[in-house]
Design a protein around this ligand. Structure first.
Ligand code: PEP
Length: 246
């Protein structure tokens, strides 16, 4: 049985004053049944982890370098993030793929290092609007999945987030049929590659304009094990009802 998960991605938002909101969120989620994760900017990780001590909320990072240490000015290793209190890291988010030219191969290398450092790798895949309109959604997402996941993936070390690029921050959400089609396809690909035991332990999150008002409907889709949430994770009042919908 896969444990449900709701992960919040604060992106490049938040300063020390946001920790009060995180405290509110931890309080609101005190009876959460799902795994709850908040990924603040790296500058807040250590303090966020302290705020969340003894709560149901864990903290994660938004990226890591693929190397374990060395001459990579401005970058952070998975071990450093783990040391700061992170339990997971988002990898291959479409904004990183677009802004930093991250390829599937880079994402796979980062995932390997993250897992070795003891972090859960939340690997993002998703098609652009042009891909969808060209009927290439399953091919694009399938190729990203195949190339971004390490061969030695084990069920609990990796989470896959399906995030259509056109749904991120736009208020546009795929139909439940479209979400189901991709999630079913992802699960089938995982089973083919890793076998049933590993594949059925990997959680598949949906991400893209998830809000309190649509969460229940999305969570009812078979093979959706939770959500990766951007904008609605910044405020406890928006995020807590999403967690409660699982
Ligand atoms: C995201 O950035 O991962 C995301 C899903 O954003 P939003 O919820 O704001 O669409």
């Amino acid at each position: 049985m896969r444990r449900k998960m709701v992960a919040g991605n604060w992106k490049m938002n938040g300063t020390a004053s946001s920790l009060t909101e995180l405290g509110n969120l931890a309080y609101s989620c005190k009876s959460a049944k799902a795994e709850v994760l908040i990924c603040p900017p790296a500058t807040l990780l250590y303090r966020a982890a302290n705020v969340c001590t003894d709560s149901k909320v864990e903290v994660g990072a938004q990226d890591c370098h693929s190397a374990t240490y060395g001459a990579h000015t401005g970058d952070l290793s998975a071990e450093m993030l783990h040391d700061a209190g992170a339990t997971a890291v988002i990898l291959g988010h479409s904004e990183r793929r677009a802004d930093h030219g991250e390829t599937d191969q880079v994402v796979r290398a980062k995932a390997k290092t993250a897992i070795t450092a003891g972090l859960t790798a939340i690997i993002c895949v998703g098609e652009t609007l042009a891909d969808r309109e060209a009927g290439k959604t399953l091919a694009v997402v399938g190729a990203q999945l195949a190339s971004s996941l390490p061969d030695d993936t084990r069920g609990t070390t990796v989470v896959v987030a399906y995030e259509p690029v056109w749904a991120i921050g736009t208020g546009k959400v795929p139909t439940v049929e479209q979400i189901a089609e991709v999630h079913n396809d992802l699960r089938a690909s995982l089973v083919k590659r890793f076998g049933g035991e590993t594949a059925n332990a990997i959680r598949l999150l949906y991400g893209g304009s998830v809000k309190a008002s649509n969460a229940k409907e999305i969570f009812a889709v078979a093979q959706v094990d939770g959500a990766l949430v951007g904008g609605a994770s910044l405020k406890a009042a928006d995020f807590a009802p999403i967690v409660a919908a699982l």
